[in-house]
Design a protein around this ligand. Sequence first.
Ligand code: IPD
Length: 266
Amino acid sequence: MPALPSPALAYRLEAARAVVHDAAQLAMSMRPPPGGPQGELKSAQDWLTETDGAVEAFIAQRMQALFPEDGFQGEEGGVSRTGSLRWVVDPIDGTSNYARGRCRWCVSLGLMDGDEPVAGVIDAPALGEVYTALRGYGAFLNGKPIKASPIKDPARSMIEMGWSGRVPKPVFMDKMDAIMELGTMPRSGGCGALALADVASGRLDGYIEIVINLWDVAAALPLLAEAGAVVSPFLQNGGLTGGATILAANPHIGPVLAKAVSIPLE
Ligand code: IPD
């Protein structure tokens, strides 16, 4: 039985869950109806909606009121405060889905202690799902413990690859070709945080994205670690300061996948 978590971290996780819940309800109230995307393009196929800014401002304000000593970093606003504990938010992850009235998006809030991800909350209100994790104390989906899948055979596996316009098409296609050569079932769902949460819950056997950012993965990293998934060294490979590659997988498929796509796990 692990010792009880530090009260400071346990309290932060509870507070984050409540704040993210309210933020997710705000996003639901502003959600565009099904149809063509409502929003603007930041760059090729990189959408921004009014909700991204509103949700980030809401979370920033609530976290500052609760924990004025903590740092804060948002996808839209960058680093607005520094502190040894730092909140990292993606107000809407899966904005391209959200902008079209699709369901696969979430609000993602991670907590870093220095360079270590220690806690995370991912709330997907259109799916009715909330993931939570605190390092050393498990990963949960709607309060129930989750773990990475036991699938060993690539020919029975489902692997998702995230796509963004930041990656040249031949580079993406090479990796996709390699995972399909293994006989896997490929997917691409447009929400990195939920795909990583799917690896943690065993709904996917692996997720690869060639360039992804800290705000997309900060809440998912503690989930993956607690669920027994293996993850390539995203933070050590530049993920703390810019876009970097991530591979996350169940521990059986991980090494096979890493070799096939040439993304080392160490
Ligand atoms: C994007 C999504 C997408 C991933 C991109 C991210 P956003 O985040 O997570 O799945 O492939 O790399 O930028 O823009 O929806 O917050």
